[in-house]
Design a protein around this ligand. Sequence first.
Ligand code: FAD
Length: 220
Amino acid sequence: MSQPDLPGAPEAQPAARAAEPPPPVDPALDALERALALQQEGQHSHVIEAAVPHLEEGGPAEGADPSFIRAVLWTVVGISRHALGDIEGAQGALEAATAYARDRKQFGQRIGDFQMIQAMLADMDAQTEAARQLLYAACEVIEAGAPDAARWAAMCKLVAGDTAMRVTTDAVQVFGGYGYVDEFPVERMMRDAKITQLYEGTQQIQRLVIARALLGRSGN
Ligand SMILES: Cc1cc2nc3c(=O)[nH]c(=O)nc-3n(C[C@H](O)[C@H](O)[C@H](O)COP(=O)(O)OP(=O)(O)OC[C@H]3O[C@@H](n4cnc5c(N)ncnc54)[C@H](O)[C@@H]3O)c2cc1C
């Protein structure tokens, strides 16, 4: 029996629509999701290994999914971005140390007036900029789908992680004893820099990837 048309009654629902086909899968997004799922399962080393056949063959190996490989490489580059970042990475440490060197006075002058502090700040700046330029170059190479993209991702992560460790450690040095205590931000930056040398493939693994690309062989 049909419902009478009462005021405020819900409108009659249209007949259920025929099942629609699922939306097409975006290969790039699908690959990224698979790479991230591997990470979440604690399979970082498998994620990095997935990129290796790409360079061993001088191009995508037979059966290798180029979208997947590219997504893997982007996750490695993402760590480099974190390592050099202006909030907790090398750039952030440089800015914090520079500001401190302007304010802190010892022996009647700003510590930024001491040449040894100036030299440290100059090295921190130059090293951070150099690593950043490599990061930009690696992004372009990976985006272009170059056959040696894995080598670039590995070089980028190796240099960015080591730069972050060096620069944040120097930032602690500029702060002196205050750098070591948690009222100031740089001890945290130094600890955070260390993880960029470990996860998403340790620095040793990045060196293996680069060396294999150079020597053109698989295995150790
Ligand atoms: C804070 C934090 C977050 C993490 N998040 C994640 C995550 O989200 N997903 C995930 O999958 N993992 C994650 N990890 C794990 C991380 O990826 C691993 O710790 C890292 O891959 C190193 O593996 P391992 O600790 O087993 O060290 P090992 O593999 O035991 O390595 C120990 C040492 O031996 C060296 N080594 C190992 N093999 C070789 C080799 N063939 N040649 C030369 N040297 C070698 C390593 O470089 C390292 O110096 C996280 C770790 C930490 C600390």
